[in-house]
Design a protein around this ligand. Sequence first.
Ligand SMILES: Cc1cc2nc3c(=O)[nH]c(=O)nc-3n(C[C@H](O)[C@H](O)[C@H](O)COP(=O)(O)OP(=O)(O)OC[C@H]3O[C@@H](n4cnc5c(N)ncnc54)[C@H](O)[C@@H]3O)c2cc1C
Length: 410
Amino acid sequence: MKTDFLVVGGGIVGLSTAMQLALSYPDASVRVLEKERRLAVHQTGHNSGVIHAGVYYEPGSLKAKFCRAGVEATIAFCTRHQIPFEQCGKLLVATTPVELERMDALEERCRANGLDPERLSAEELEDREPNITGLGALFVRVTGIVDYSAMAHAMARELEEAGGTIELDCAVTAIAEGPDLVSVATTKGIFEAAQLVVCGGLQADRLARMAGFDVDFQIVPFRGEYYRLNARHNDIIKHLIYPIPDPALPFLGVHLTRMIDGSVTVGPNAVLGFAREGYSKGSVDFGDIASMLRFPGFWRVMGANLFSGIREFRNSLSKKRYLALCRKYAPSLALEDLEPYPAGIRAQAVMKDGALVHDFLIRETPRMLHVCNAPSPAATSSLPIGAHLVNRIGLQREVLGLAPASATAA
Ligand SMILES: Cc1cc2nc3c(=O)[nH]c(=O)nc-3n(C[C@H](O)[C@H](O)[C@H](O)COP(=O)(O)OP(=O)(O)OC[C@H]3O[C@@H](n4cnc5c(N)ncnc54)[C@H](O)[C@@H]3O)c2cc1C
């Protein structure tokens, strides 16, 4: 089973890369290997569905660059594939004087990232969103919503139309790179390829270790738990409503998100997960826990974030506390308005010294590219990330003396 390009991972990053490889190298064979029976069942199928504008990210980082390009690319892709999306805009709402100060810094960050946010007073906020209260807000017009699972499936169709193939139920168990080929052992046999790209999300560190990398990071799972508002509240907001994030914390805070199906979700929080792929509350995987406990970076990150970690746990255990987070800006919400909604699990790479990896992390050898960290907004950015990986493969092929690069990303 020999192909020119093998891509491990049937999430949105792997599928975007595979699709763009097939379009860039029409004479080459491209195959995706996915361990589940369906595509997009992990992070790609369990997220907020927000097309992020690029508000928060370090200017000049890959995250900032890919996110900006990702908004346009996502909209163009959805338009071409008739996938519903909406650019409804987002309000970042300050509810305390400290948050108003943080809002100034956030406004500057927006401008450094090429955005032009509108500043709203408390009265202007109330005019625009009668059910939301705050001392002021930033309005970011380009933020939108979409179903990333639908996008991933459209990418899979485009890949197959271009001649690519997808192996489902095919878990990678070993990877060996030789001078001419990479050999990949799976539950469906051995696959060989001239080039391998690995986009394994929550399993990225294990796949990198399998391939012989000296892995100095580990994926730590952070659950993102949601509620859905009772359907009578589907019109409670016109935009997405976000709190002003605490710069000391890596996640964005519980927000109100209009989903593309018309419902409104509340969340996600960020609670340490005890299973990388266990979605129900209380899921435990002893192998995942053991590898976390053995990793020095885990203890350092827990030590540095002990108080916020305990607070997130308490908010997760108590619906009342969770509600209090949203009532800061949506005071009319009541306990009975929050209905169950499936959680997602973020793959967060943590270095040995306990530093959270905020940007994309890519490791490579002559014949392999491993995406080791693809945090939010990687769904928004999936098309530019795929284009970037295709370009890097082009460079690798030149070094190897293979066909020249002709990356013409979608
Ligand atoms: C709660 C939450 C909210 C988010 N909200 C947003 C948002 O609003 N906007 C946004 O842009 N981003 C958001 N994100 C981030 C975004 O969803 C992810 O960054 C993105 O989906 C990552 O895609 P991926 O393809 O790298 O990973 P995944 O979708 O997790 O795919 C990885 C795939 O690799 C497969 N795999 C792993 N190991 C193996 C193996 N050994 N063999 C074969 N296959 C394997 C897995 O089964 C999986 O299908 C959110 C994420 C979460 C969890």
